[in-house]
Design a protein around this ligand. Structure first.
Ligand SMILES: Cc1cc2nc3c(=O)[nH]c(=O)nc-3n(C[C@H](O)[C@H](O)[C@H](O)COP(=O)(O)OP(=O)(O)OC[C@H]3O[C@@H](n4cnc5c(N)ncnc54)[C@H](O)[C@@H]3O)c2cc1C
Length: 446
């Protein structure tokens, strides 16, 4: 029958797309439901537009590093031009993704999905039945219940801002907040960051995070730790007064609230399908299966311990596809984890994180390397380039790396491959890598 599918996917972000395409390749009948932009957060209002904006910021900073060393002046970023370029590059994304799905034979349904019963989902009054249903509804910015909350803007406003004023305030100090703070710090004259506690980027080594914050402070970012926003008052159209619980007050032109994301789960009538959920998302077992055994929840919408990032959403999408195709019946197991904060410098980590290694001093030792005088960093006058190497004491194997430099994301990705392949020093010696390059530095570390 027309509205009966082997698999119904709700949400067309990276998680839902990954599962839908994999299952369709095996000739299952698949429909995917989306109520906003096809492709979800990543390509439309997440890392892709952010990366376009970051390119100009990185270019400006590269010139800054050569001031008096090949360049006499540093060009200003023309934000409107940059925004126009970014908009042009992603303008057709949603349309192209929908077309691609249709060409693959996946039925695309536009509208908001709600459960009718355990196997039926309703969209605009039409019922759709799925033998299996995949919840991949993602997350949205957390809103704060404060006086003047109507004056707060969010990450997608920042990524689409027609202009950036001279004083910008960011609430939050997580991965997304750092990326936005970093871009703002190169455009605005004054950037305030409010963080309710004294920790930023809690998953990362706090010493290197401190070094990153020092770099941002030197670029005019005013970090106000242990300050919880209490109210925002509008003084003029483009001027607001911020007051914190702790009594700090200042004036600013715009406030972006980047204080975490919450799962899109409460408007799906999940209770009609026997699906348990809470403030952190849909409850799932070790197979990403909800309390309704025919419904899986993947990506940002589930309450699993995995970081809420694109690479994990994609991994979970592939895992559930394997599970449905019976290619894998093991509980989900995450491979060597790597993640990066896209600031300048970047901080990235892979394998055993320094924070975890510090808790087990009998098992791990940590070696610190200052790399800023190495050719790769010195040639571009990078102010800081460091790495912390986690070594397993028993066999002296490198099992984790955290790095802070403009190239940390690439550096860490190379390491992820080395760690995954369990490459030894001897094997590295037997590998000829282009010299001089980031990868050829590995012989100094191993
Ligand atoms: C500004 C920003 C920058 C980021 N940068 C990075 C980065 O650099 N690296 C990284 O790894 N991660 C990054 N992330 C996080 C990353 O974007 C998410 O982890 C990822 O998008 C999660 O994918 P998903 O498929 O679970 O959800 P989403 O991509 O959010 O997709 C969910 C989809 O479901 C749809 N939907 C929701 N409810 C319904 C419904 N009832 N009916 C129909 N459709 C529905 C939504 O419209 C949406 O399209 C960033 C996020 C943001 C906001």
């Amino acid at each position: 029958m027309k509205n009966y599918f082997d698999v119904l996917v709700i949400g067309s972000g990276i998680a839902g797309l990954t599962t839908a395409k994999r299952l369709r390749e095996k000739n299952l009948s698949v429909a995917i439901i989306e109520f906003y932009q096809w492709g979800g957060t990543t390509p439309n209002h997440g890392s892709t537009p952010k990366k376009y904006l970051l390119s100009a910021v990185e270019t400006k900073q590269a010139v800054e590093g050569h001031l008096g060393k090949g360049f006499d002046t540093v060009p200003e970023i023309n934000w409107q031009q940059l925004m126009a370029f970014k908009n042009k590059q992603i303008a057709d994304t949603s349309k192209v993704i929908q077309q691609d799905l249709a060409e693959r034979g996946i039925t695309t349904i536009y509208g908001g999905a709600k459960f009718k019963d355990a196997t039926t989902v309703t969209v605009d009054g039409v019922d759709y039945h799925g033998e299996k249903i995949i919840l991949a509804t993602g997350a949205r910015p957390r809103e704060l219940e404060i006086e003047g909350k109507e004056y707060l803007q969010y990450s997608s406003h920042f990524l689409n801002a027609e202009s950036l004023p001279s004083s910008i305030t960011i609430i939050g100090a997580g991965i997304i907040a750092f990326a936005i703070t970093n871009i703002a710090s190169v455009i605005g004259d004054q950037v305030h960051v409010l963080q309710h506690n004294h920790r930023a980027l809690a998953a990362f080594d706090q010493e290197l995070v401190g070094d990153l914050i020092d770099q941002l402070r030197q670029r005019g970012v005013d970090y106000h730790f242990d300050n919880t926003i209490k109210k925002v008052e509008k003084l003029k159209d483009d001027l607001f007064k911020v007051t914190t619980e702790e009594g700090l007050t200042f004036e600013t032109n715009v406030i972006y609230c980047v204080a975490g994301r919450i799962p899109n789960v409460e408007n799906l009538a999940l209770e009609k399908a026997g699906i348990t959920y809470g403030p952190h998302g849909v409850a799932v077992n070790e197979y990403l299966q909800s309390t309704n055994p025919n419904v899986y929840a993947i990506g940002d919408s589930n309450d699993s311990t995995a970081p809420k990032l694109t690479n994990y959403a994609e991994f979970q999408g592939n895992y559930v596809a394997d599970l449905i195709l019976s290619e894998k019946i093991q509980p989900i197991e995450y491979p060597i984890a790597s993640m990066s904060v896209f600031s300048n410098p970047k901080i990235a980590q892979t394998g055993v994180f320094v924070n975890d290694a510090l808790k087990e001093p009998n098992i791990y030792s940590i070696e610190e390397i200052d790399m800023h005088h190495w050719l790769n960093y010195h040639r571009s006058n990078e102010p800081i380039a460091k790495a912390k190497i986690v070594i397993r004491k028993a066999d002296q194997q490198i099992v984790g790396v955290t790095s802070l430099s403009n190239e940390a994301d690439l550096f860490i990705n190379y390491f992820t491959l080395l760690l995954k392949m369990k490459m030894t020093k001897q094997e590295l010696r037997e590998t000829i890598l282009a010299y001089p390059s980031l990868a050829s530095d590995f012989s100094k570390i191993f």
